[in-house]
Design a protein around this ligand. Structure first.
Ligand code: ZN
Ligand code: FE
Ligand code: FE
Ligand code: ZN
Length: 265
């Protein structure tokens, strides 16, 4: 099994070193893991959500060193990626920052709607002042733009807007179709992210109907725990696999040097 979404203490809101996560991945019997610490946000954006700018080079070299060590032992492949925010007003920053790094994979995440980090538990009171249906539409509009941006290899936690339980009044089938179509057009994969199981949403991101829409359009899939603690490495992997099979997937992809390679489920 694979887990292509791991954070470390470098991002400031996770615990554990690269070595701690590698040990946990071995213990969990994983075949491939990819580190994806948060790419620094541009100046003027809150800096506490991500690695410090001066830490990025050390992050990449730490992960690459761990990858060499793991390869020498055998049985576990360690890849180096980042999780980058979709910031529609900062596209040159994201493009240039990513281009300067030697990465296996870039996760794209919609964490911000304008300046609201809507997945931050410290900012949930704002859900009370927004219309939930409009929020879902807005989120999926941003998601589609991100998927088409060609900045990301994988769209992370595709229906993150459900994290704290805000649900639209009717099944948002057209939003799911729009999201799947955007990923297909943008040439990116969809992440099956098990962190939702550990949040008020209490289900994997994405929901089965959204994942099935991705499958129908031929969008490849990855699996990630979004671990922020070594104890979460590989968490929910069996549920992710079951959801993928239910949606019609028979394989997932792993990114090496930003190219997708298929792995049977
Ligand atoms: Zn994080
Ligand atoms: Fe995220
Ligand atoms: Fe993450
Ligand atoms: Zn994440």
């Amino acid at each position: 099994m694979i887990d292509l979404h791991l954070h470390t203490s470098r991002c400031g809101h996770a615990t554990g070193t690269v070595a701690d996560y590698v040990d946990a991945a071995r213990a969990a019997g994983l075949a491939t893991v990819c580190f994806t610490d948060h790419l620094p946000l541009p100046e003027g954006w809150p800096q506490h959500y991500s690695m410090a700018r001066e830490e990025v080079a050390a992050y990449v070299s730490d992960v690459r060193a761990a990858a060499r060590d793991a390869a020498a032992v055998g049985g576990l492949e360690v890849l180096c990626g980042v999780e980058a925010d979709w910031l529609p007003t900062c596209r040159p920053y994201t493009r240039d920052t990513l281009a300067a790094l030697d990465l296996d994979m870039v996760l794209g995440s919609v964490h911000f709607l304008d300046d609201w980090a809507f997945d931050d538990p410290d900012l949930i009171e704002r859900y009370r002042s927004v219309d939930t249906d409009a929020l879902w539409e807005r989120y999926f509009d941003e998601f589609a733009d991100a998927a088409r941006s060609r900045q990301f290899d994988v769209m992370a936690h595709p229906d993150l807007v459900k994290k704290f339980g805000a649900r639209p009044s009717v099944e948002p089938s057209s939003l799911y179709e729009q999201a799947a179509e955007a990923m297909a057009e943008g040439g990116c994969a969809v992440e099956v992210n098990t962190a939702g199981l550990r949040k008020p949403a209490a289900e994997i991101y994405p929901s089965l109907p959204l994942l099935a829409a991705c499958r129908r359009r031929g969008v490849p899939a990855t699996i990630g725990s979004d671990a922020h603690d070594p104890g979460e490495v590989g968490a929910g992997g069996a549920s992710a696999r079951a959801l993928l099979l239910e949606a019609g997937y028979r394989s997932v992809v792993v990114f090496r040097g930003r190219r997708a390679e298929e792995v049977a489920l």
